[in-house]
Ligand binder design. Structure first.
Ligand SMILES: Cc1cc2nc3c(=O)[nH]c(=O)nc-3n(C[C@H](O)[C@H](O)[C@H](O)COP(=O)(O)OP(=O)(O)OC[C@H]3O[C@@H](n4cnc5c(N)ncnc54)[C@H](O)[C@@H]3O)c2cc1C
Length: 464
């Protein structure tokens, strides 16, 4: 009898979505989770030693966009739930769909190898340390998260610093920063959250970033910002194409004007000027940062020119005494159990078809390996549905050559929009991406519409 069993790596919000879909389809699977419970990033102080949630963390995407399509968040949740509420929601999801028994906790996958058309998965029991076991699977779904391996500044800052330096990955609370001078480096959501948090107790929180970002509020009127203008796009792929095509200039002009009326221009508040416009540039949602700057509790500074003992020298020549530097410089994609020959995430580039399928390694799929100004959960669930369709041989993939062409096309589009090589390497836009996945799910085997597909071949079948 052929091996249909599938291995899932990780039981964070992406991995449990994959478990739920495969369970419903009757596809046998084992899910491996390094920590002793589900939830990944949303489990504060997770014992998997990979967690990066801080005590004040709330979802930066609104409840309605962040819930799985198959299970709404409770009605009494606020628009932007706290991380404890998200964890409770994920626990309810696992309970509701009866997934807990299917997950092997305290089990870290250490090696995944492609052997004789199957995937050999080796794991280590983290409770007793050394025991290695392995098993062969028809396919592997990688859902190990991409916010746990801190990215350092490259090149590092010139000079030496005598104070404390940490990455935001290790930041939890501002308790030990009372009365200190803190320098927060970065302009993303975590940088804003952490600067606002530390500024409640610090003597002064300085904020610096190499590039700028548009600061958007949590609401426009009484509508959560990530729901603005989305109604039509959510219903129709054509509306998405129109929104990103002919009408995009008008749409983004009106949107940008509205945001500027509410928030002002970042550079007028001492923050770096954003590179692009609001539609294509960097956007950070922060309800508080401009107020904290206005109160004088956060002081923006130009970029750092040198670290100097217990001080930091900035590009405008000013020097500030600093006790602690918190680097909110993002994360590297890390796939330590896969050899570079299979996939090398250097520069955060992972060439995958529709950000899910390895084009020339049949049976290797990635769930949740996307970055977006929106919520991941519904996308992870939809990615899993598509992978289940492929495993069930209900739908087909284009040929390897066509997938590679599509990947290269996407890459060119991204570079045109965001510039340099590794920047925003796994970026997707929520609705266009959702519609693209839906389209893939309609690609019947042998269907000649859309991108032509090959006949069923080894490339798209599970190994016998
Ligand atoms: C500070 C912060 C705030 C965020 N806020 C939002 C938000 O508001 N909305 C949003 O949509 N996204 C947000 N994100 C993105 C966030 O990463 C995802 O929403 C979500 O947590 C991703 O889930 P995941 O399952 O892919 O990864 P994770 O939550 O990281 O889970 C991965 C799981 O895989 C396990 N694992 C890893 N390696 C192995 C291995 N070798 N063997 C076995 N198990 C392994 C880990 O233990 C973990 O449980 C935020 C990210 C950060 C850093």
């Amino acid at each position: 009898m052929s091996n249909r069993r599938v291995g899932i790596i990780g039981a964070g919000s992406s991995g449990i979505a994959a478990c739920k879909v495969l369970e419903e389809r009757g596809i046998p699977f084992d899910c491996f989770e390094k920590g002793s419970d589900i939830g990944g990033l949303w489990r504060y102080e997770n014992d998997n030693a990979l967690g990066s949630a801080y005590r004040c963390l709330h979802m930066n995407t609104s409840r309605t966009t962040a819930q799985y399509a198959s299970r709404p968040m409770p009605d009494d949740y606020p628009d932007y739930p706290h991380h404890t509420q998200i964890l409770a929601y994920l626990e309810d999801y696992v309970q509701h769909f009866g997934l807990r028994e299917k997950i092997r906790f305290r089990t870290e996958v250490t090696r995944v190898e492609h052997i004789d058309g199957e995937w050999e998965v080796e794991w280590r029991d983290t409770a007793d340390g050394t025991r290695n076991e392995c098993e062969r699977y028809a396919a592997v779904l990688v859902a190990n998260g991409h916010h746990w391996d801190p990215r350092r500044l490259d090149p590092s800052l010139p000079g030496t610093f005598m104070g404390q330096q940490i990455h935001s990955h290790f930041y939890r609370t501002p308790d030990e920063l009372a009365g200190k001078n803190v320098l927060v480096v970065g302009i993303g959501d975590s940088a804003m959250d952490i600067a606002c948090d530390t500024s409640q107790v610090s003597n002064m929180t300085f904020l610096t970033a190499r590039r700028g970002a548009w600061i958007v509020p949590r609401y426009l009127g009484s509508t959560p910002i990530d729901l603005v203008g989305r109604g039509l796009q959510s219903r129709s792929p054509v509306a998405c194409e129109v929104a990103s095509g002919a009408l995009s200039n008008i749409g983004s002009f009106l949107y940008a004007r509205r945001i500027k009326q509410i928030q002002g221009r970042p550079e007028d508040r001492g923050l770096p000027k954003p590179d692009g416009n609001l539609a294509g540039g960097d956007v950070t949602a922060s309800p508080e940062i401009l107020t904290r700057i206005g109160y004088g509790h956060v002081r923006p500074k130009p970029w750092i020119s040198r670290l100097d003992g217990d001080s930091v020298r900035f590009a405008d020549g000013s020097v500030e005494h600093v006790d602690v530097i918190i680097y909110c410089t993002g994360y590297k994609i890390s796939l330590p159990f896969l050899s570079d020959e299979i996939i090398d995430p250097a520069n955060n580039e992972v060439p995958l078809y529709k950000r899910v399928v390895h084009p020339d390694r049949p049976g290797l799929y990635f769930i949740g390996l996307v970055d977006l100004p929106g919520a991941l959960n519904p996308l992870s669930e939809m990615q899993s549905e598509w992978v289940a369709d492929l495993l069930d041989e209900k739908v087909a993939l284009p040929s390897c050559a066509r997938m590679k062409k599509a990947i290269a096309r996407e890459d060119r589009r991204r570079r045109k929009r965001f510039g340099s090589a590794g920047r925003r390497a796994i970026h997707v836009d929520f609705f266009p991406y959702l519609h693209a996945l839906q389209k893939e799910r309609k690609r019947r085997r042998g269907d000649r519409r859309g991108i032509p597909v090959t006949r069923v071949s080894e490339e798209i079948r599970l190994p016998a």
